[in-house]
Design a binder for this molecule. Structure first.
Ligand code: APR
Length: 248
C-alpha cells in the first residue's frame, strides 16, 4: 500500500526558528500613511485600469501614461511617512530576527527602520531598462522619469514594478523565510493576488499565525484574525511579543 504523500513534501526545508518573525504586508499597512490600497472602495483599481497602467500590454500601448501614473504614485509614496504599524514591526528587531515580505512598492518599512525587507512586486523608488530578463536597475527615490530617459542598454527606463503577468521577485527567498518563521504576521492584504497569497501555505504548522485587516472575506485556516486598523493593532501585538522576549 503506497504511503500517503506528505502534505509537506513540497515545502522548503528548514525548521521554525524560535526567534524568527516573518511579516507579510500589503497596501493596508500603508493606508494610515495616506497611500491608497487597491481593492477598497477608493482603491487604485477601482479608480484606474490595471490593464492600462500595470501590465506589459498597457506599457506597449501608451508608455507615457504609465510613466505619469507611476511618477505620481512615486512622489506621493516618497512624501508619505511610516505609521505606527511600520514602526512597531521595526521595533521587533530589538528581540527577534524579523523579515518583512511585502507586496508594497513604497519604502515605508525601510524608512521605519526595518532592515530586512523583501519586495515581491518591486519598488517605486527604482527604475530599470525595458528589455531583457536581467535589466540594469537605478534607485531614483521620489524623482520622476520621462520618455527619452534611457537605460545604459539604450532602452527606455520603466518603473521597477512587477506588472500583472510578470514574474514576482524573490519568491523563493520569501518562501524559505515563511517556512522557517516561528511567527507569521499577515497585515493589510486581501490575499487575492498570487503567488504572494500562496506564501501562507508554507508557514510551519506550529508557527503562531496572525492576520490583521479591516475585513477579510475568508480567514485562512490556522490564522487568528484581529480585525481593525494596523496602526492600532500591530503596536499592541509587538509590545506583547517584545515583553514575552524580555525586551521592553
Ligand atoms: N489597517 C489594516 N488593514 C487595512 C487597512 C488598515 N488601516 N486599510 C485597509 N486594510 C486592508 C483591507 O481590509 C484589505 O484586506 O488591506 C487590504 C487591502 O487589500 P488590497 O487593496 O487588495 O491590497 P493588497 O492585498 O496589498 O493587493 C495585493 O495586488 O494589484 C496588486 O500589486 C498589487 O501588491 C498589490 C496586490
Amino acid at each position: 500500500m503506497s504511503s500517503i504523500p506528505s502534505l509537506n513534501q513540497d515545502r522548503p526545508s528548514g525548521k521554525a526558528q524560535p526567534r524568527k518573525i516573518v511579516v507579510l504586508s500589503g497596501s493596508g499597512i500603508s493606508a494610515e500613511s495616506g497611500l491608497p490600497t487597491f481593492r477598497d472602495a477608493k482603491g487604485l483599481w477601482n479608480t484606474y485600469s490595471w490593464q492600462e497602467l500595470a501590465s506589459p500590454a498597457g506599457w506597449q500601448r501608451h508608455p507615457e501614461a504609465v510613466l505619469a501614473f507611476y511618477n505620481e504614485r512615486r512622489a506621493k509614496a516618497w512624501q508619505a511617512q511610516p505609521n505606527a504599524a511600520h514602526r512597531a514591526i521595526a521595533s521587533l528587531e530589538g528581540a527577534y530576527e524579523v523579515v518583512v515580505v511585502t507586496q508594497n512598492v513604497d519604502a515605508l518599512h525601510e524608512r521605519a527602520g526595518s532592515s530586512h525587507v523583501v519586495h515581491l512586486h518591486g519598488e517605486l523608488a527604482c527604475v530599470r531598462g525595458s528589455a531583457g530578463a536581467s535589466p540594469r536597475r537605478y534607485r531614483i527615490d521620489g524623482d520622476p522619469i520621462a520618455m527619452g530617459q534611457l537605460c545604459e542598454d539604450g532602452t527606455q527606463l520603466r518603473p521597477d514594478i512587477v506588472w500583472f503577468g510578470e514574474a514576482v521577485q524573490h519568491f523563493d527567498d520569501a518562501e524559505m523565510h515563511v517556512a522557517t518563521a516561528a511567527r507569521v504576521l499577515v497585515v493589510g492584504t486581501s490575499l487575492t493576488v498570487y503567488p504572494a497569497a500562496s506564501l501562507l501555505q508554507y508557514a510551519s504548522r506550529d508557527a503562531e499565525k496572525v492576520l490583521v485587516a479591516l475585513d477579510m472575506e475568508e480567514v485562512p485556516h490556522g490564522y487568528t484574525f484581529l480585525q481593525g486598523k494596523a496602526g492600532e493593532i500591530v503596536p499592541t501585538l509587538a509590545a506583547r511579543w517584545l515583553a514575552e522576549a524580555g525586551a521592553t
